[in-house]
Design a protein around this ligand. Structure first.
Ligand code: NAD
Length: 474
């Protein structure tokens, strides 16, 4: 697997323990240049079916290994990823667009999430042990899990699912997004010698295998991360077989900034949490509600940060913000900016950069109505609306008044007040004086239409299992 700049000569699907060609190929382009730099294999439905059947055949023996044995194998994959981390990170920049430092962080997070599994367990719990009965709660694996990942964090979203599914005794078919398949294929090639045939399968598509995977009768569970629109389709597909589902969907995280903050310091944090990965983060800060006393100052600080940010190819040293990942997203974000320019005041950025590649200047919009679509919808790009408020109750109503409920944050020097407000935000995560802090030990669970179920930590592991009660007469 010789690699230059992370790019392998030949990418293969992983099906039933073998690295194989796809039935078709798809050119993968670098969003910083829009030039095709590698070919990805594309699986046909027949190959997707072969992957599912390999996973089904591997299930009996894999599920009989102990939790310790399974997590030890996952740990070996973590070691293999770490040994190739530089190549994987460089490849991630080229297919996804994010700056190299961010790509290195994402690549490094995957082994950390994998190794954390050794701190969890699926031991049986004794619910009652009395004169009349002994009742135990066991957690059994489900079978074949389809893991479906988006293009914004292709490694962490995809491979954390795989690790938790495997540790709990399931076998998997992973399908990354069509514009970011290469890093997952590269890790698939590392996994081939570590796991028994069929335990992990990695297939790629041209955005056309999702329905096949999610309706297939031999898939017991779908672990999906992506948009709310696709999440609804996954839920409908799962209904046919009452399949288990975990959905991690879109977000429109609000940050509420009270007048007692250090505005300059908070602006820096908010800007970083809004513009990470060019704003293409499910739990990015996507709208700010700032108190009128600090509104002008906060807007000015954010605009200054936006104007001075270095936007360039993620492989160039010093780049802070890379390109948008794909042209469809680039066009969508420019549409948001155009509308916001008509209805609000653009105080930084406001257009694409006149060069090759999918670059948009970080954009700050003020004086925008609270019901504008840039505020209500998920923009998923480097454009941040700042709304002014003077009544905290009204601000909280606006924060909670969307279909989304992934994350949110309260910013105040008064920690007790912030804590009280945090409890009133209807989202799966609420941060206080920070945003975007997550890890393998903290469950992520979207409220409302941001998701269903939880990922990570013991809660996330449990979701890959079925409760079985053994209730014996004494
Ligand atoms: P998307 O929904 O377009 O695609 C996600 C995946 O679903 C891709 O692999 C795609 O090929 C596949 N897919 C397409 N049609 C399908 C179908 N009918 N059935 C099953 N799978 C299908 O999402 P995207 O544009 O790749 O990702 C961006 C979205 O993901 C944003 O909304 C973002 O907020 C969300 N996201 C959420 C989280 C979270 O943890 N909540 C994390 C990352 C991204």
């Amino acid at each position: 697997m010789a690699a230059r700049d992370g790019i392998m000569a030949d990418y293969k699907l992983l099906i039933d323990g073998a690295l194989v060609n796809g039935d078709a190929v798809l050119g993968i382009s670098n969003p910083a240049t829009e030039a095709c730099f590698a070919q990805s294999p594309i699986a046909s439905e027949a190959q997707a079916g072969a992957a599912i059947s390999a996973a089904k055949n591997a299930f009996a023996s894999w599920s009989h290994e102990s939790y310790a044995e399974r997590t030890a194998r996952v740990g070996k994959l973590a070691d293999a990823i770490e040994a190739r981390a530089d190549d994987i990170a460089r490849l991630l920049v080229q297919e996804q667009g994010k700056p190299l430092g961010e790509a290195a962080m994402e690549t490094g997070a995957v082994p950390a999430f994998m190794r954390y599994l050794t701190q969890l367990d699926l031991d049986a719990a004794v619910l009652d042990d009395s004169d009349t009965r002994k009742v135990e709660l066991h957690r059994r694996p489900l079978g074949v899990v389809a893991c479906i990942a988006p293009w914004n964090f292709p490694l962490l979203t995809g491979w954390a699912k795989v690790a938790f599914a495997l540790a709990s005794g399931n076998t998997v078919v992973l399908k990354p997004a069509p514009t970011t398949p290469l890093t997952s294929l590269m890790i698939g090639a590392l996994a081939v010698d570590i796991f028994p045939a069929g335990v992990i399968n990695v297939i790629t598509d041209n955005n056309d295998l999702g329905d096949y995977l999610t309706t297939h009768p031999d898939v017991a569970k779908i672990s999906f991360t992506g948009s709310t629109v696709t999440g609804r389709k996954v839920m409908a597909s799962a209904a046919s077989g009452i399949k288990r589902i975990t959905l991690e969907l879109g977000g429109n995280d609000a940050a509420v900034v009270l007048p007692d903050v250090d505005v300059k310091a908070v602006a820096q944090q908010l800007f970083g949490c809004a513009m990470l990965n060019a704003g293409q983060v499910c739990i990015a800060v996507k709208r700010i509600y700032a108190h009128e006393d600090i509104y002008d100052e906060l807007c000015d600080e954010l605009a200054a940060l936006a104007e001075s940010a270095i936007v360039d190819d993620g492989l160039k040293q010093g780049t802070q913000i890379g390109p948008l990942q794909n042209r469809a997203q680039f066009d969508k974000v420019l549409g948001f900016i155009e509308d916001a320019g008509r209805d609000g005041t653009v105080i930084a950025g406001g257009d694409a950069i006149d060069r090759t590649g999918l670059f948009i200047r970080p954009t700050i919009v003020r004086d925008i109505a609270a019901d504008h679509r840039l505020v209500r919808e998920e923009q998923f790009g480097p454009v941040l609306p700042v709304v002014c408020f003077n009544d905290l109750n009204v601000a909280l109503e606006l924060v909670n008044g969307t279909e989304y409920g992934l994350g949110g944050s309260i910013w105040s020097a008064d920690k007790a007040r912030a804590y009280d407000l945090a409890k009133q935000v209807n989202s799966g995560t609420v941060w206080i004086n920070k945003h975007l802090d997550f890890g393998p030990d903290i469950p992520v669970a979207g409220a409302k239409q941001s998701g269903l179920g939880a990922e990570f930590a013991q809660e996330g592991l449990n979701e890959f299992t079925q409760v079985q009660i053994i209730n014996a007469a004494a």
